[in-house]
Design a protein around this ligand. Structure first.
Ligand code: UFG
Length: 337
């Protein structure tokens, strides 16, 4: 069974490729390298540098590699950027998915796994939030993903395709064996920024809002380890191959940590007592977001292996230290050349 992974050279994509390879699945990656890097992938994995919205090109790739299932992760993911430039998000996430789905239909691909987001819920009325909750995205990013969810469901009904839609909560950490991690520059994610600070790559960071109606006044998130999330994709592929039904599934652990709790954990593990400025609330931030995870456990039988904030942050720190060491090595060899 050959799996096409779009966005496979990115953060979640590269971990997903490793999970598939570890399970012996043949993989082909399409990535336009706008944020991903070929270095994120083992050398033997076919990498086609290509926009996924080009229907004819994608149909050619699906046919020539004999693709049976598509895991679609390629897209733009920064909420604030989507507010500034909504059309870029509708183009990269929604219009591009239309091209990819058209190619999938043309080539009769029957199984499709789509990377969606908890941002489709907006401010949830109940916590933990179940998949049946009303969707009300507060950003073009969330809306651009929700439209694809709907498009995929309609396409699946019309063309006897089956799908798994994964709504990611806050993804963090790095491969515990140090094979992959979050390398992209200009990260906006809390844990990435905090470990950059702890490893001396930043001089400061802000906490956006300390007056929220939560126990310590900061926002609450459900952090999921990227390697667990990668396994979810692999299990979703097996679920579809076994004839499993289509599903929309939350991907989190069902437990929330506050921004302050996360930062305390980074301080403890890094043994660095960095200072953090208290700043204004970041526009559009949701107060608290925690997944109801009963459905993913029952539909996929998923048993997380890394449900531990300490381990997640330790893996993120180890990866960050590796990036710093690599950068220093490059500088040294450039200086001595
Ligand atoms: N935060 C800070 N300082 C920082 C960065 C973040 O205080 O420097 C805070 C944010 O204000 C927020 C929390 O940390 O309260 C988490 O922020 P992130 O940017 O790490 O993540 P978000 O919850 O905003 O967004 C994430 C994903 C989105 C996804 C969303 C779904 O990045 O792609 O979860 O809930 F849509």
């Amino acid at each position: 069974m050959t799996v096409l992974v779009t966005g496979g050279a990115g953060y979640i994509g590269s971990h997903t490729v490793l999970a598939l390879l570890d399970a012996g699945e043949p993989v082909v990656v399409v990535d336009n390298l706008s944020t991903g890097s070929p270095d994120a992938l083992p050398r033997h994995v076919p990498l086609l540098v290509q926009d996924i919205g080009d229907e004819a090109m994608m149909a050619g790739i699906i046919r020539s590699y004999g693709v049976d299932v598509i895991i679609h992760l390629a897209g733009s993911v920064v909420v604030q950027d989507s507010v500034r430039d909504p059309l870029a998000y509708y183009r990269n996430n929604t219009v591009a998915a239309h091209g990819l789905l058209s190619a999938a239909v043309r080539c009769k691909v029957k199984h499709f796994v789509f990377s969606s987001t908890a941002a489709v819920y907006g401010n949830p009325a109940q916590l933990p939030v179940p998949e049946t909750a009303a969707t009300d995205p507060q950003s073009p990013y969330g809306a651009s993903k929700l439209i694809v969810e709907r498009m995929l469901q309609d396409v699946a009904a019309a063309h006897s395709m089956r799908y798994v839609i994964l709504r990611y909560f806050n993804v963090a950490g790095a491969d515990p064996d140090g094979r992959a991690g979050l390398s992209a520059a200009n990260a906006t994610h809390l844990i990435k920024i905090a470990v950059e600070l702890a490893t001396g790559q930043r001089s400061q960071m802000d906490i956006f809002g300390t007056d929220y109606p939560t126990p310590d006044g900061t926002c609450i998130r459900d952090f999921v380890h990227v390697s667990d999330l990668a396994q979810v994709h692999r299990i979703a592929v097996s679920h579809l191959a076994r004839g499993g039904r289509s599903a929309i599934l939350n991907c989190g652990y069902g437990r929330g940590y506050s921004v302050l709790e996360v930062l305390a954990c980074v301080r403890k593990l890094s043994r660095k007592d960095f200072t953090i400025r208290h700043a204004e609330r970041r526009p559009g931030d949701i107060v608290a977001m925690v997944a109801d995870v009963r459905r993913i456990r029952s539909e996929l039988g998923w048993v997380p292996q890394h449900d531990d904030l300490n381990a997640m942050i330790a893996d993120a720190l180890a990866w960050e230290n590796k990036l710093v060491a690599l950068r220093n090595l490059r500088k040294d060899s450039a200086a001595s050349a």
